[in-house]
Ligand binder design. Structure first.
Ligand code: ACO
Ligand code: ZN
Length: 178
């Protein structure tokens, strides 16, 4: 059992023929379901300890979407990275969108929008300067989603993925949200 805070449920109002969707914080018991969605929907897989360390360190912004049967149909996870700024002595705090995925059957219902909206409110509390992410240059649905949230392409990371595909490095200043 999680604490009240951990298990707080957010009613989304998102429904399709298979029922409605709830959003809540991820717990250790949910990791298996998260990993299963990741393995089905994205070629980038991570070892269990990687998910666990994100869960331990950034739990407030690690969210899952559940259907009425309690099955995980989507997730989002972030971490914070401290990086020296290129043009000053400042250390930049970046909220890095590590991964988001929704099962095919549940796409285009606004679940990613709900997960991003809720998790960005949490990761910004770490005092980040900007939200950052990488996305495959061919991934139009995801690129559109990020543009809708105000992300801009800062540069291209060449051969970023193991199969050689390039990534867009997209950022959104966090100050706009404070
Ligand atoms: N074609 C074009 N634009 C799309 C599409 C699509 N098929 N799907 C979503 N979008 C864009 C649109 O701008 C849409 O807004 P609109 O409905 O007003 O047109 C916006 O995204 C929001 O759509 P949602 O319904 O909230 O998105 P969904 O729940 O379907 O999830 C996601 C989008 C996460 C990209 C989903 O397609 C998915 O899981 N894809 C596979 C995994 C993936 O690529 N993840 C991102 C990898 S990059 C990373 O994790 C940092
Ligand atoms: Zn990344």
């Amino acid at each position: 059992m999680g604490t009240d805070k951990e298990s707080r449920i957010n009613q989304t109002g998102i429904t399709n023929d298979s029922g409605s969707i709830l959003i809540k914080r991820c717990t250790s018991e949910d990791l298996e379901g998260v990993i299963s969605v990741n393995e089905k929907e994205l070629p980038e897989d991570y070892p269990y300890f990687f998910y666990k360390s994100i869960l331990d360190n950034y739990n407030e912004s690690f969210l899952v979407a559940l259907n009425t049967k309690g099955r995980i149909v989507g997730y989002i996870m972030w971490r914070v990275e401290k990086v020296p700024a290129k043009d000053s002595l400042k250390i930049l705090n970046k909220g890095h969108l590590v991964s988001i995925a929704i099962l095919k059957k549940w796409r285009k219902f606004g679940i990613a929008t709900a997960l991003l909206t809720e998790s960005m409110k949490e990761i910004v509390k770490h005092g980040i300067d900007e939200y950052v992410l990488e996305v495959r240059v061919s991934n139009y649905p995801a690129i559109n989603l990020y543009k809708k949230f105000g992300f801009l392409t800062k540069n291209i990371k060449y051969r970023y993925y193991r199969d050689g595909e390039n990534a867009y490095y997209m950022i959104k200043k966090a100050i706009e949200d404070l």
